[in-house]
Design a protein around this ligand. Sequence first.
Ligand SMILES: O=P(O)(O)OC[C@H]1O[C@](O)(CO)[C@@H](O)[C@@H]1O
Length: 245
Amino acid sequence: MKVIQVNNYEELGKIAGEMILEQMEAKSDSVLGLATGETPVGIYRYLAEEYRNRNLSFSKVRTVNLDEYIGMDGRDEQSYRYFMNQHLFDRVDIRKEFTEVPNGKCENAEQECLRYEKRIEEFGGIDIQILGMGENGHIGFNEPGSEFICDTHVVSLTEETREVNARFFDSADNVPEQAITMGIRTILKARKIILAAFGVKKAEALAGVLKDRVTPWLPASVLQFHPDVTVIADAAALSKCSGLY
Ligand SMILES: O=P(O)(O)OC[C@H]1O[C@](O)(CO)[C@@H](O)[C@@H]1O
């Protein structure tokens, strides 16, 4: 894995953003795999700014998001669809019908997972996938103990993740208990992966990803099996990784 240490959050957004723009320059109809959470907000901000500053177009770009809470639709402010509209899709000329986020309000979640996986295939697979990482090492909502050979599926969130994500809700009780997430196999099929980590809360998990054995108990460690992963992280997130990169 290639590791890039950044000095601040803005730099993380710029370096990851430039990798995405490079991908779009090489292929205007690139398929971008996108993530939610606080970490990638700076990446979307950078993309939206560069869209305005340069003569860029997202009109041919397709996107697929990692996950969505079950029970939420795009009008719910805590939904990941809402997050993506707010931070990126409403700020660039992307075609909404080219943006995919699992439908949290679907009638049949199992069918929705199959539809989602098929849609990624129809798009031609993911060219570049942005990943954040949970403090427990989850990627997407693949929690510790998840199967590696798994496509888009329904998950029950751990209490730990629900508590960490309570910051986006009125209380932890309001955090949905289930979500739809791309599986680890879906993620590993992406041609390139960026793992973004910021802050000391990610230090332990990131050290495990860079130095420990691959284990389902630290889902992000599976990225060691992927041939093209770039880790972009600040000194705090890398503080337990000295000598490893
Ligand atoms: O970037 P943050 O806010 O630390 O979140 C990390 C991870 O948590 C999630 O938001 C879900 O718990 C993931 O989508 C994300 O990768």
